[in-house]
Design a protein around this ligand. Structure first.
Ligand code: 3PG
Length: 307
C-alpha cells in the first residue's frame, strides 16, 4: 500500500515525520512530492499511489485518471474545493477532509491580520485597538469558533452569521447570532470571513454587502479568494477611502489593489493561515490515520463525496 504526500506548499518536517510513523506502523510505504512546480510531476507521482494526502493541491479528473490505483484522497485541512468531488466519485475514490485540525492556526492569523491592519500596517502612526470593537464572524464553523475565542481575549464583541448553525451554538460561546449577512456587515466594525468556496458563496462578498459596513470598516479574509467579488470591492474601496481589506489569499487583482489602496490593503505572499507546525502535525497525522482507518476498517466518517 503506497501513500503519497503531494504538497506544493510542504508541511513542517516534524509533521512529515509524524505522517511517516503512522504510515510505517500500518506497514505501508510513504512517498513524498513536495514543492512541485508542474502538474506533470503530480501526474507521474500519483501513478502508483493507493492513497493521497494533499493540502490546497488540485485533484481534478486528469489527476484521478493518472492515479490508476487510488482509493482515497485526504485533504489535510478544511476546505476541499480543490478536489473535483464528482470526478472522485466517478473514479471510485473516497475524498475526505480533516475538519478542525488546522482551525486554531487560521484563527490566530485572522486576529494577527486584524491587529496589523488597525495599527496601520506597523508604519509607526497612531492606530486603533480591537478592544470594544464589534467583530462579525461570517460562518461559525471550526475556524469561526476559534476566532470568537481569541477575539474575546482581545475584548471584542462577537457577532456571527451562519445559515447552517443554530443560534444556541453561538449563544453558548458568548457570540450574538444575527440572521442575515446584511445585518452582520451593517453591525460590525470588523468582518472576518470563514465561508467555504461553493457555487453559492462565489463572488458573494460584493460591493453592496461590504458597503454596509460602518465608517472605518475592516474586511479580513482567511477563507478563499473566490468568495470575493474583486471588481465590486475595488469600486467600493474607491468610493469609501475608510474601508480596509486584509487577506491571506492574494486576489487575482493583487497589483490593482496594491496600486490603488496603498496603506489600506495587504495580502500575504502565500496562504499561510494553516502554516504552523502544530496545524501541519494535527492535519497531516489526522489525514494519515484516516487513510489507515479507511483501508483497514472501511471507516468513512470524514468522507465528503458520499451519496
Ligand atoms: C484549509 O482549507 O484547511 C485552509 O485554507 C488551509 O489550506 P492549506 O493547507 O493550503 O494551507
Amino acid at each position: 500500500m503506497k501513500v503519497l504526500v503531494a504538497t506544493e506548499k510542504p508541511f513542517a518536517k516534524v509533521a512529515v515525520d509524524g505522517i511517516r510513523e503512522v504510515v510505517k506502523a500500518a506497514g505501508y510505504e510513504l512517498a513524498l512530492l513536495e514543492k512541485y512546480t508542474e502538474k506533470q510531476q503530480l501526474l507521474n507521482a500519483v501513478a502508483d499511489a493507493d492513497a493521497l494526502i494533499i493540502r490546497s493541491d488540485i485533484v481534478d479528473a486528469e489527476v484521478l485518471d493518472a492515479a490508476k490505483q487510488l482509493k482515497i484522497v485526504v485533504r489535510a485541512g478544511a476546505g476541499y474545493d480543490n478536489i473535483d468531488l464528482a470526478a472522485a466519485t466517478a473514479h471510485n475514490v473516497v475524498a475526505m477532509n480533516t475538519p478542525g485540525q488546522n482551525s486554531n492556526a487560521v484563527a490566530e492569523l485572522a486576529l494577527g491580520l486584524m491587529v496589523f491592519a488597525v495599527r496601520n500596517f506597523y508604519n509607526g502612526t497612531s492606530g486603533t485597538e480591537l478592544k470594544g470593537k464589534k467583530l462579525g464572524i461570517h460562518a461559525f464553523g471550526n475556524v469561526g469558533r476559534n476566532v470568537a475565542r481569541v477575539a474575546q481575549g482581545f475584548g471584542m464583541e462577537c457577532y456571527a452569521y451562519d445559515a447552517y448553525c443554530p443560534d444556541e451554538a453561538m449563544l453558548s460561546a458568548d457570540v450574538k447570532p444575527v440572521h442575515s449577512a446584511e445585518e452582520l456587515y451593517k453591525t460590525c466594525d470588523v468582518v472576518s470571513l470563514h465561508i467555504p468556496a461553493t457555487p453559492e458563496t462565489k463572488n458573494s462578498i460584493n460591493h453592496d454587502l461590504v458597503g454596509l459596513m460602518p465608517k472605518g470598516g475592516l474586511l479580513v479574509n482567511t477563507a478563499r479568494k473566490e468568495v470575493i467579488d474583486e471588481e465590486g470591492l475595488i469600486v467600493l474601496m474607491q468610493e469609501r477611502p475608510d474601508i480596509k481589506y486584509v487577506t491571506d489569499i492574494m486576489p487575482v487583482a493583487d497589483a490593482k489593489f496594491k496600486t490603488l489602496f496603498e496603506g489600506r490593503y495587504f495580502a500575504t505572499p502565500k496562504k499561510m493561515g494553516a502554516q504552523t507546525a502544530e496545524a501541519n502535525i494535527n492535519a497531516g497525522i489526522a489525514a494519515a490515520k484516516q487513510i489507515v482507518d479507511f483501508i483497514e476498517n472501511g471507516n468513512t466518517r470524514f468522507q465528503v463525496n458520499k451519496g
